[in-house]
Ligand binder design. Sequence first.
Ligand code: URA
Length: 195
Amino acid sequence: MAEMTWELFHRQVQACGMCQLHKGVRNKVPGQGDLHAPLMFIGEGPGQVEDEEGLAFVGPAGQLLTRMLAAIGLPRDRVYICNIVKCRPPGNRVPEPEEAEACRLHLRNQFALVRPKVIVLLGSTAAKNILGPEIRITRDRGRWYERKGVWFMPTYHPSALLRDPSKKREAWEDMQSLRARLMELGEYGDIYGPR
Ligand code: URA
């Protein structure tokens, strides 16, 4: 098999027709950011603005994510951001399990290329797809899951915070926990200082 590269990854996403979703999109939204970031965010799927621009988390939810990162001192371009599915589901519906499964290879390739140490799962769809269907976001948010040396934490999706600002306090706690984990791992030493 050909060695995976970012160029090949992007070509495969653009050419992908593994599920029905590609038929309705203006742009595929592969994901973007620091290609070797220690920290990766995974959301659900592109919304309207993302579909128009071909970039992940650039609409209202994305702007909130940028502010959440700023709150723990991280510029957005220091993390990698992507979604479970790379094509916008019609009307922003939740991706079907078959659609998430069809897109999984792309996510695996991103994971293999970035090699993050920490992954934040934004919302129920990302958390269930990555950690398992038993995950309940209200119960399990802020918990840490270690899998093969990589740390995963589910938290609320920023869209959920926009709909229900009373969840912001918990999301803030999760971001503090994220910062603590990154410091403990010695990541972003230029921002957080040496371990
Ligand atoms: N919501 C998501 O899950 N992903 C995006 O890229 C934008 C909004």
